[in-house]
Design a protein around this ligand. Structure first.
Ligand code: NI
Length: 169
């Protein structure tokens, strides 16, 4: 397992759409292991999409189980979602998001509160599940990456962008 380099805004590669995974092979397994390792070793990170490391395949990893976010009500633990799609969605709310690819800012965006997701796991088994709140937000954020979209494009207004606090020791 290795920690992969995260592309950061305004890298043009973050704007490219990703393509479906067709082979559920050893290479896919290695890539997802590296994505998980990169997520786990990045402080505060709850999700990564494959294009953020320059691999434009439709793969996301998510883990909100340790998050103290106030909307963290449902968590499925570690999720590896291949070719994920949202097949149902309900409700809308405003939420503050951050992103490893936009390290200096957070922003307020609108997301669906509840979603039903279909995807494959790393072995190619089909998954279907519902989730809500923070986990639903993270999945929507990561799927956006697969379309070449950053949260910056979803800001409610220009004043909904905030510079991250820098904590000095
Ligand atoms: Ni992101």
């Amino acid at each position: 397992m290795k920690k992969l380099t995260i592309l950061t805004y305004p890298d043009e590669r973050l704007k490219l759409p990703s393509i479906d995974v067709v082979s559920f092979d050893r290479k896919l397994e290695e890539l997802t292991q590296d994505l998980i390792y990169t997520m786990k070793t990045s402080p505060g990170c709850v999700g990564i999409a494959s294009p953020q490391v320059g691999v434009h395949r439709r793969i996301i990893v998510v883990d909100t189980s340790g998050s103290k976010h106030r909307e963290n009500k449902v968590s499925h633990g570690l999720l590896v979602l291949v070719n994920p799609i949202i097949i149902q969605k309900e409700g809308e709310f405003t939420v503050r998001e951050g992103c490893l690819s936009v390290p200096d800012y957070t922003g307020n965006v609108k997301r669906h509160y509840w979603i039903k997701v279909q995807a494959f796991d790393v072995k190619g088994n089909m998954l279907e599940f519902e989730t809500e709140g923070f986990e639903a937000v993270v999945i929507q954020h990561e799927i956006d990456h697969l379309e070449g979209k950053l949260f910056l494009e979803r800001l409610l207004s220009p004043k909904d962008l905030f510079r991250r606090k820098v904590y000095k020791s």
